[in-house]
Design a protein around this ligand. Structure first.
Ligand SMILES: [Zn+2]
Length: 79
């Protein structure tokens, strides 16, 4: 949404994995503070990750997995 979010989207995964340098982390945080869309997206990803981690013990039903995938790749959440 016009904020150069392509960059922070690329940053998001390594950010959550703790793979970024301090400088990059600061940059990512700063962007999340300024950009409600990325902030939301980050929160969503975080929740999804937690859920996936919990769910890895059990096979995920195809329908649910597809639903999660479509949520992940869908357009920005409505504000
Ligand atoms: Zn953004």
């Amino acid at each position: 949404m016009g904020c150069g979010c392509g960059d922070c989207e690329e940053m998001m995964q390594p950010y959550m994995d703790g793979m970024l340098s301090d400088e990059e982390v600061a940059e990512a945080r700063e962007h999340l503070e300024r950009c409600p869309w990325c902030d939301k997206r980050y929160r969503f990803e975080e929740r999804l990750r937690r859920y996936v981690r919990v769910a890895t013990d059990e096979p995920m039903p195809d329908g649910l997995r597809q639903k999660l995938e479509s949520l992940r790749t869908s357009s920005p959440p409505t504000v």
